[in-house]
Design a protein around this ligand. Structure first.
Ligand SMILES: Nc1ncnc2c1ncn2[C@@H]1O[C@H](COP(=O)(O)OP(=O)(O)OP(=O)(O)O)[C@@H](O)[C@H]1O
Ligand SMILES: [Mg+2]
Length: 297
């Protein structure tokens, strides 16, 4: 069997040149970004995108310039959550201009390129099997383009909302050699954490960046009438997991229906409800991320 090394030439496409050019472009673009943070979890639906959107806004409220990339190419949700859905994408002299959230956070998502709610992202391939094989590669190419072709300007923080699963992590290492750290989101359920633990193992082993810590989402329910807090799941699992992996527990965000309502409306929960248990936890999370990069912890 022949490998790529046996190929006499690249058919004139100068593939090596193209790749080198892309890598250089990516490095140049990210040179003006101080800290890159990936928000991840092996588990789906635990609140990665909600935490990303609110953390980005909380950092913005604290005076930082912030960008967000929705790396969930097949199930993008950040644009809606951050109230930029429907904004027209403009092309500047030096790339694509990101959408701007009401709080001034720069957002890039595949959603901004889809023409309506029902349009899925389809990867063109000869067969479904090929489409499956190429999906990961194409997702990473799309992410690379989001990173390198967007006019980010100078940013204090660039947050990356990763899709569920751990299979993209190895590619992330190649793409982002200067990743600053990861935040792992979980819910308190022991069953969910079986999956989250796998992503923690992968992150610690594969990434050349530290796990900044774990965030427990949907930790408890606060009664809107009496203010009493009730656990939604048996508590203690997240503390145990954080101990087992020797990572910090950055905060416990209670279940608050207003988080979901705000996402659906494209308004920012943390801005509107700063003085609630969930709002305070999200602001404290932003402070902990700052402290991490200021080497205060
Ligand atoms: N603390 C919370 N209180 C109430 N609702 C929440 C909370 N966190 C997230 N949600 C809601 O739960 C749903 C799933 O959240 P989200 O989309 O952020 O999860 P995700 O981990 O990004 O999902 P996916 O794996 O599909 O990317 C959303 O409808 C969101 O509004
Ligand atoms: Mg998501």
């Amino acid at each position: 069997m022949k490998t790529y090394k046996d190929l006499p030439a690249d058919g004139g496409s100068n593939i090596i040149g193209q790749v080198t050019q892309q890598v250089n472009r990516l490095q140049q673009r990210l040179a003006s970004v101080r800290h890159i943070v990936a928000i991840m979890s092996g588990k789906g639906g635990v609140g990665k995108s909600s935490v990303t959107a609110n953390l980005a806004s909380a950092l913005g409220l604290r005076g930082h310039s912030v960008g967000v990339i929705d790396a969930d190419i097949n199930g993008p949700s950040i644009a809606k959550m951050m109230g930029v859905r429907g904004q027209r994408i403009d092309y500047g002299d030096d790339g694509v201009k990101p959408a701007l959230s009401p709080l001034g956070v720069k957002v890039m998502s595949m959603d901004l390129f889809l023409k309506d709610d029902e349009t899925p992202v389809l990867w063109e391939a000869q067969t479904q099997k090929d489409a499956f094989t190429w999906r990961g590669t194409m997702e990473m190419s799309a992410l690379r383009e989001f990173l390198s072709d967007t006019e980010w300007g100078s940013l204090d923080y660039l947050l990356i909302d990763l899709p569920p699963g751990t299979d993209r992590l190895p590619n992330l290492v190649d793409l982002l050699p200067n990743l600053g750290g990861t935040v792992v989101v979980t819910i308190p359920s022991g069953v969910s954490q079986l999956v989250v633990k796998k992503s923690l193992t992968m992150a610690k082993k594969l990434l050349n960046a530290p796990v900044i810590g774990v965030v427990e989402n949907m930790a408890a329910y606060v009664c809107a009438d009496c203010g009493k807090t009730e656990d939604l799941f048996p508590s203690g699992h997240t503390e145990e997991m954080a101990r087992q992996f020797d990572v910090s527990l950055l905060g416990k965000i209670p279940f608050d229906p207003r988080i979901s309502i705000a996402s659906d409306e494209g308004s920012v929960f943390v801005d509107q409800h700063r003085d609630t248990p969930a709002g305070r936890t999200l602001i404290a999370l932003a402070e902990k991320i700052e402290a991490f990069f200021n080497h205060e912890v």
